[in-house]
Design a protein around this ligand. Structure first.
Ligand code: FE2
Ligand code: FE2
Length: 182
């Protein structure tokens, strides 16, 4: 846990944490500003998923991924999961009468940063920290939706299950990359 909490907070991780913090604000009804809180929450999740699709797709074709095809394939599989999450959430936003925003403002993450970093363990540490942030985000959202919107709550529960698997996968990869501990 300490190792992950100390993961270098690059732009991706800062973005994920900022989304989570904004979502928490929306849950406390501080930042909805008249908008439907359900749509504000789902848009937060959509933005997080868009970032995860970018992140894992880039990592699947990164130098580390290409040098170790098994790792590249693992990231591709995760990117596919995140894409399914992204689509499910966007469809739910539509069903609830909203418009999913696929170009969210204020993100720091840029595509260019992924090809240059050779330290795979560091990247995986950031992924693990991000997955844990997203898991917390979905848990809080499920608590919010469960009493009045079981359809959305069920969708989020299914996504949460896969995010937990991602965290486990990242943890396993991290133990391999850092020499078999944990
Ligand atoms: Fe996801
Ligand atoms: Fe994930």
């Amino acid at each position: 846990m300490d190792q992950v909490e100390s993961a270098a907070p690059n732009a991706f991780l800062r973005d994920v944490r900022a989304i989570s913090a904004r979502m928490h604000g929306a849950l406390l009804d501080e930042e909805s500003e008249g908008a439907d809180p359900a749509l504000v929450l789902l848009q937060s999740a959509l933005t997080a998923e868009i970032l995860c699709v970018w992140r894992y797709t880039m990592m699947s074709v990164s130098l580390a991924g290409l040098k170790q095809p098994r790792i590249g394939a693992e990231f591709q599989e995760q990117a596919n999961d995140e894409r399914r999450h992204m689509v499910a959430i966007a469809q739910r936003i539509r069903e609830l009468g909203g418009t999913p925003d696929f170009s969210p403002h204020g993100l720091e993450t840029r595509f260019g940063e992924f090809g240059t970093r050779a330290d795979l363990a560091g990247l995986v540490e950031q992924n693990l920290a991000a997955e844990r942030e997203v898991i917390g985000l979905y848990r809080r959202m499920i608590d919010h939706f469960e009493p009045h919107d079981p359809v959305t709550a069920l969708m989020l529960t299914n996504i949460l299950e896969e995010e937990s698997e991602h965290a486990t996968d990242m943890q396993d990869l991290l133990s391999i990359e850092t020499g078999g501990h944990g």
